[in-house]
Ligand binder design. Sequence first.
Ligand code: NAI
Ligand code: 13P
Length: 335
Amino acid sequence: MSERIGVIGAGSWGTTLANLLAKKGADVTLWAYEPELVAEMRERRVNSLFLPGIELSAGLAFTNSLEEAAAGKDIILLVSPSQVMRTVLRQLAPLLRPGVTLVNASKGIELDTMMTVDQVCAEVLPAAIARRFCVLSGPSFAREVAQEMPTAVVAAATDQTVAALVQRVFATPYFRVYTNGDVMGVEIGGSLKNVIAVAAGISDGLGLGHNTRAALITRGLAEMTRLGVAMGADPATFAGLAGMGDLVLTCTGDLSRNRTVGMKLGQGMRLAEILGEMRMVAEGVKTAESAWRLAARIGVEMPITEKVYQVLYEDKPARQAVLELMTRDPKAERG
Ligand SMILES: NC(=O)C1=CN([C@@H]2O[C@H](COP(=O)(O)OP(=O)(O)OC[C@H]3O[C@@H](n4cnc5c(N)ncnc54)[C@H](O)[C@@H]3O)[C@@H](O)[C@H]2O)C=CC1
Ligand SMILES: O=C(CO)COP(=O)(O)O
């Protein structure tokens, strides 16, 4: 591959995708926020903080300098947590060359503005650069991709030549990439499934059953779709990889950080204590608040998201939240 690629963020997902690209033979530079991580990855070819036990390709370069990671690159992969994305983008803006393709692999809605990552890019970056934006999302635990387990994701861009480029660059025999034109639907699906995964974790932590989890997944999908459609998304996107696919993975998979946070809440731990023990990001914790505020602002009902918000931030007991969901006014399933 001839593309020069900068990967911005060396958490578990950024490291995994950088490694996937380097194993394909691409020229990849991985930027890490933590200086000690760069030293370790250079010397030992491992990221013991965020992706322990996975050997990193000899072809991968590492840096703490955003300039080194971004200047002159053909593709920039954004994989920093969504709440720091604006700060990172502001630093990247003067470094990006015209014609660069931006790929977002992060999942979340900014707290202060209630913006998706594509919207933040459009605000922070020059229009000519923000136009070549693509979001890469879907059911993809980093560790399983790093272990080359078959995975399917979606690359969504307004310009289908951009989506097709991203599909070609990222595809491997174990990483299948579908194109899609619905940027908003894919951004919203990837962001909101994390909130529903917190709910599913709470349910599991309370010792509730498979019926409850299936109800949360299905009704969670209904409210994700409702918000997405109100934001201009195509409802069909929510039946796809970035909607139902990722929702099922995250609500049922033991590797999910969001589900784990929920489980610990359901078992009675306090949020501050849970987050204090975590170095990794559980995006659903902040996105519960931004999504809840966004839904209130545009007048969309999101009862599960609302309860997750109340359990996280208003000390609502989890059992009380479940009871309140179950005893809402009777409704038709669709409508
Ligand atoms: N890990 C996974 O399986 C997947 C993660 N994602 C998404 O990828 C994004 C990144 O998550 P992970 O790679 O999992 O990260 P992680 O949870 O493994 O690591 C945390 C990351 O946050 C970075 N960070 C912390 N404070 C920072 C700051 N002030 N400025 C810049 N960076 C800072 C760390 O350097 C590290 O890269 C998230 O939006 C996540 O939802 C998407 C798909 C799969
Ligand atoms: O987005 C993910 C898988 O698609 C990762 O989910 P967690 O952040 O909950 O681990």
